[in-house]
Write a protein that binds this ligand. Sequence first.
Ligand code: BG6
Length: 492
Amino acid sequence: MARPAKIAPGDPAPPATLVIFGGAGDLSRRLLTPALVNLTRDGLIGDDLDILVVSRGPDEGIQDQLAEHLDLGDKATKAAWATRRKRIVYFQGEFDDPATYSGLADRLKDAGNIAFYLATAASYFGPVSEALAKVGLLRETDGFRRVVVEKPFGHDLKTARALNKTLLGVMEESQIFRIDHFLGKETVQNIMVARFGNAFLEAVWNNRYIDHVQITAAETVDVGTRGAFYDATGALRDMVPNHLFQILAMVGMEPPNSFGAEAIRNEKAKLLDAVRIPTAGEAKRDAVRGRYTGGTIAGTKVTPYLKAADIAKGSHTETYAALKLMIDSWRWAGVPFYLRTGKAMAARDTEIVIQFKPIALAMFRNADISKIPPNKLIIQIQPNEGIDLHFNAKKPGPVVDTGQVMMDFRYKDAFDLGHRTGYETLLYDVLIGDQALFQRADMVERGWAIVQPILRQWAKDGDPEDYKAGSQGPAGADALMERDGREWHPVD
Ligand code: BG6
């Protein structure tokens, strides 16, 4: 069929039906519905978007359930919800029952454009896609057919490859939207604008000026009620090949030829391709894992991981991971990238620290070069989104002495951030068919390939190192940095 006319970003999305499998669940209530209401308020989707919630149980008042997390304080949002609410329909069906799909095919026979959002357990991603294909619902004869896949995308390289194979067996890559919700965060998207919209930054963005890069995603939350999922997953799988590698790709990629989806994804894929896959020895030496014990965070006592609900007896699962990676490219040769993530840490702090090289020569009288700290650029992804630049200035007075000072930009001071969930851009992009912020099959597989040697090593290694809840992480992570003569930027 002829492809739908290309929609320019900023135009309202075309009429469509959004079918959400698992649409009565937590993701739908907490994030998708508020995002859809925000898009409606902003005029980016109209009342020609129908929402079909597919769920197993009987309808217990889906409209009210989906309103649970809405903040209807202002008139415009209230009006947007009134529009949205009218277009929500419930469809009861088991995900593994063929009758669900024949029923859907019947219901959707005149729907035109359809996006299927799989907000289900990962084990359903393949089977639901195959079942949709079987009843002809993925054939783009009278409109687009897109499938949005949540994470986790596979459990390792083998399962990710198998899932790609299943999906690509029943649809084209252009129909698959693999979500990485970090890419919906404004500050993550801003990495590209910061780099390629500012001549002074891009000029020093290379191994001549940069000593190393740190990418951190620290959380204060513990495993909470997610024990069963988390214990089978661990910090590395949960955060690194997806979220942290997407940030790594944004920081490290070459300038794309355009802001077009394929141009951006090609550059990201090239960067991931250049990340050196650790040897067994490097996996042992350059990756550290930890597991939180008891402690206190913001006055609240944290239960040790091993005593949390649904954690297997004798579990070896890590709640913290740190690793050093090298990128074999002209731009980054010799610049280590240190990545870390952990639960139950001292603060919620997601950031990128670009540490520049020390100055070559301390020419100020009596100045000790080691006392002039190198410049640091910190891209604060959350909370308190912004960019900080640490630089040196002369302290006032007749004696030449230097001190480190900071210029800081906070998003909220410059722009109206509004209340956004991070899913607005992603949902809008699905509806207008822009895949720039979605993972492509090759990128997902490369991500897994890079961490695979570490997973292999850790499977042999027994217990992770303990760290106290509310701390900076395990001592081994500090040792990883100290060995290289460096230190982590504090999580605070
Ligand atoms: C999810 C992980 O993908 O990202 C969670 O499964 C983690 O374990 C979450 O807490 C972090 O996302 P955010 O947006 O809160 O930083």
